[in-house]
Design a protein around this ligand. Structure first.
Ligand code: HEC
Length: 422
């Protein structure tokens, strides 16, 4: 696929400094936990706004190694997981764009680019596999199948504590896979989250959207007040590059965190490829283009076989009479770069390649996306707080590796100064 015309990343990345960022496994160390007496003698200082790094600088490997094994912060460890990941980050910018290059080693011996696959059992289609945290995957009844991801959170100072405590402002008890996880019924009964937002679980949110510093997930401010916070830019930008759901079309998604983890306005790169009424796929592979209408479980990881259905490239409408055989597999998601639009389609230049156990990801982000209502607008000379996360080896939710907050500048200063290129 050709690079968009506006993209001009550095001609020689070897000339751009490499910053190694330590990502560690946080388990259930939530906003609530770091403010609780269990965080011995640190709770009051965290509440007062002290940066995590003032006590934990250089401790990432140690923290990750301890937590990932299981214990008070990880009740359901995943065997064999590493405690930390070295994320290599390079940054450059010109008058229009921020250019990021990432490199990290994966634990799996293939690219994590399969997600929500559907398997035909001879009579019907059903989802197959899932993240390693899922019960049926833990017992071996289903295979681990989940995409790799790299996420970036950005704040421009509108959330003052983010600079010091980063992602820990967004991670709370009550969320999916966290302590005191809200039930589906509880969320559905909640006027704002279940009613207006039509959600069935709790995801990331910022404390400014709740009625008090330590109020629970359900103590939301009125919708009008949250709308005012959004208009004032009091959200953080959250963008995720996804191995299965965005990378095959050279994109990353675009979202933000405020009262929930929400997508920007418009249409992102992925949609469901499943008709929920009939539980059949909506599209299949176009055999005239890729030589097959479906893949099999054995094809997973094969570079010779397609792994994503792309509307404008290799898809045709699903034909129920195409002679489906037991063992046929189709992606349960349909991707499209052509159909992506609006603010949700801002990250239209994010290309990852996996080789010999390493992802290399080149990501261009417009400094000014033109969508200040749900993006952070970056300016030459600006210094921003960023947090990075990697979901590696078939995991979702808390089973990722995260960074303490760092600063990225467009020009000079901060932990990661983006080099100015012509
Ligand atoms: C005032 C110093 C201080 C600050 C600030 C602080 N911590 Fe801690 N933290 C500690 C100490 C001391 C321990 C070890 C307590 C223990 O072993 O029980 C600890 C333990 C932890 C642990 C548990 C490690 C384990 O082995 O179980 C995590 C996770 C953690 N801190 C995360 C954070 C995060 C995230 C922040 C910022 C939001 C933060 N800390 C801010 C002092 C601090």
């Amino acid at each position: 696929m050709p690079m968009p015309a506006w993209s001009a990343p550095p001609a020689d990345w070897a000339k751009v400094p490499v910053h190694t960022v330590k990502l560690f496994y946080p388990g259930q160390a939530s906003y609530d936990w770091v403010r609780s007496p269990a965080h011995r003698r640190a709770d009051k200082r965290v509440k007062a706004g002290e940066p995590c790094m003032s006590c934990h600088e250089g401790e990432e490997d140690e923290l990750g190694k301890t937590i990932v094994k299981g214990g008070r912060l990880e009740p359901t460890p995943i065997a064999g997981k590493v405690g930390s990941i070295d994320l290599k980050v390079q940054a450059a910018h010109d008058a229009k764009n921020l250019y990021l290059r990432f490199e990290w080693k994966t634990q799996m011996d293939r690219a994590g680019q399969m997600h929500d696959y559907m398997l035909y059992d001879g009579e019907k289609w059903a989802f197959v596999g899932g993240p390693r945290s899922k019960d049926k995957v833990r017992t071996g009844a289903e295979p681990p199948l989940y995409e790799d991801r790299l996420a970036i959170m950005i704040d421009d100072g509108k959330i003052p504590l983010f600079k010091h405590q980063g992602c820990w402002l967004s991670c709370h008890n009550g969320m999916r896979d966290m302590p005191d996880e809200a039930t589906k019924a509880q969320v559905q009964a909640h006027a704002l989250l279940g009613g207006a937002l039509k959600q069935t679980d709790v995801r990331k949110y910022l404390p400014n959207t709740r009625t008090a510093e330590m109020a629970g997930w359900d103590k939301t401010k009125p919708a009008e007040e949250i709308a005012k916070l959004k208009a004032a830019g009091e959200f953080v930008d959250l963008m995720q590059w996804r191995g299965a759901r965005s990378n095959p079309v050279g994109m990353a998604d675009d979202g933000y965190v405020l009262e929930y983890r929400l997508f920007d306005a418009g249409k992102g790169p992925f949609s469901w490829n499943v008709d929920r009424k009939t539980m059949t796929p909506k599209f299949m592979f176009d055999a005239s283009k890729v030589g097959l209408k479906a893949i099999t479980m054995d094809d997973i990881g094969s570079a010779a076989k397609p792994h994503a259905i792309i509307r404008e490239e290799n898809a045709v409408a699903y034909d129920p009479k195409a002679g489906w055989k037991k063992g046929d597999v189709l992606p349960g998601r349909i991707l499209s770069r052509a159909d992506a639009s609006g603010s949700a389609a801002d990250n239209a230049d994010a290309w990852g390649t996996w080789k010999d156990g390493t992802w290399t990801l080149l990501w261009t982000r417009k400094l000014d996306t033109g969508h200040p209502e749900d993006d952070k607008i970056l300016k030459a000379g600006g210094v921003y707080t960023v947090g990075f996360a990697v979901h590696d080896d078939n995991v979702t939710t808390r089973f990722h590796h995260v960074s303490f907050p760092l600063t990225l500048s467009v020009g000079a200063g901060g932990t990661i100064p983006a080099v100015t290129v012509p």
